[in-house]
Every structure is written in structure tokens, then in C-alpha cells.
Write a protein that binds this ligand. Sequence first.
Ligand code: NAP
Length: 257
Amino acid sequence: MTTATSPARLFDLTGRRAVVTGASRGIGARAAQVLDAAGAKVALVARDKNRLQDVAATLGNESLVLPADLSLPDTAERLAAELDERWGGTDILVNNAGLSRPGPATALPTKDWDDVMAVNLRGMFTLTRCLAPGMLDRGWGRIVMVSSALGLVGEAQAAAYVSSKSAVLGLTRSLAVEWAPKGVTVNSLCPGWVDTDMVSDLLADPRFHRRAMRRIAVGRWGEPPDLDGALLLLASPASAYLTGQAIVVDGGLVAGW
Ligand code: NAP
């Protein structure tokens, strides 16, 4: 019988090079702090340079601030080139940047649909496509796609968002089976309702609050730290035999009906 690896080593990211998109606030800012605390150096990507610098100032290890608009087709290649030059590659990618354009489906402008897909799906794919070759060459990589509980169930007034998050689950499974033989795992993290800028107005609406609290078994909104454990699992050596899955962290929202 082999000796068990110590829990600390399973989750140790010392020396790993991580990229977190949407790291200027909310779930992404917290993800950067968690990976940093586990020993990784973290490159922070989003459009707002000042907020990225504020997050970088909270990190203990070396970090990079890489302002970028992931809706633009050329961004991924530029980021990959810069990461290669500065750090010689990437070991962990957390594809977290995202947006929503809520509204009735019959009045949803095509531009809103395209804006959501450009970041939530195409931007996620193009950055992954540009950063994965180095992981595949080195035989180790962890890719975390931030989908949503709304990738698994429908929601009114959210056709573009739900479609994008559902598509992320398919992308995750396809890349996972393609890259598993090369030591690169790809999994989705599906948060439930987490109190961030993206949903703060909605969570403050008393009617939505009543409806949601009937469904969230734990009985409260999520906070970004509620995702720490699942994120660390999917980003670390602990998940070597775990790929193509969706880990739902939603306080029991989609478990019931
Ligand atoms: P948030 O506070 O609104 O943060 C969104 C992040 O995405 C920001 O850092 C934003 O940075 C970045 N971003 C948006 N458009 C971008 C673009 N074109 N280029 C680069 N970065 C861009 O929302 P959050 O709640 O933390 O959301 C993070 C992820 O979790 C999203 O994918 C979201 O869909 C998912 N999620 C959230 C919830 C929830 O209840 N909060 C639930 C399930 C899933 P800049 O504005 O600085 O560019």
C-alpha cells in the first residue's frame, strides 16, 4: 500500500503560475487571493487596471496586472504572449470573467446576445486555446471554467446568460476528454447566487429575495469565500483524476425543486 500524500501537499500551489480572469472584483478577486494563499503567483486580468492593482496589493506572492478586454478577438493571443515572456507560461487558468444582459427574450437585442457570448463563451475558449499548449507540453495543467447553477437550470429574463453558461459545460467536457491523456484537467465551477456587483440589485429586490430563500436549502446567499474549497480542489494536484465535471456550489439551490 502506498503512503497517503499529506493534505497540505495535495492543495499546495507553490511555484505554480496562475491566471485569473475577471480578477478586478467579486468571485475573481477572491479566487486570486485563494490561489495566492496556496502558494501560486497570480496574473490578474480584467479591464479596470486600478481595481486590478488594488487586488494585487492584497497578494503575498509575485503577481502580474494585465488589463485586457476579453470581448476583443485578439486579446487572448496578446495575453498568452505576455505571460510567456514574463513567466514562461501558465499552469492554472481560472476563466471567471463574465457578464449578464437580463431582459425579456422577445426584446433581447442581438448585440446584447453577442456581448454576452463574446466574453462568457468565446473569450473563455480563445484564452484557453492560447494557454493550453504550454500545459500540454509540460504534462500538467488545471483549467477551471466558471459556469453557473444557471448552466444547469433555466431562468426567465436570462436567455443569453443561461445559454452561455450551459455552453460552457459542453466546452468543459470536450476539452477535458481531449486533454486528459496529457495531464491537463478541465472542470466547471457552478456557483449559485453569490453576493457580488453582478447581482447586487437583484438580491436587494424583496420579491426575488423571498423567492430565492424558498429555494436555497442553506437559507442564505453565497459569498465569494464559499467557493474557496471547490476552487482550490479544481486548481490543485488534488484533482488529478477529476475532469470534465461541474462542481455546483449553490447552498442546495438546484438539488431541490
Ligand atoms: P462581477 O463582480 O460583476 O465581476 C465580473 C468580472 O468580470 C469583473 O472582474 C469584470 O472586470 C470582468 N469582466 C467583465 N467583462 C469583461 C471583459 N470584457 N473583459 C475582461 N473582464 C471582464 O461578477 P461575479 O459575480 O464576480 O462574476 C464572476 C463570474 O461568476 C462570472 O462568470 C459570473 O457569470 C459567474 N457567476 C456569478 C454568480 C453570482 O451570483 N454572482 C453566480 C454564478 C456564476 P472589469 O469590469 O474590470 O473588466
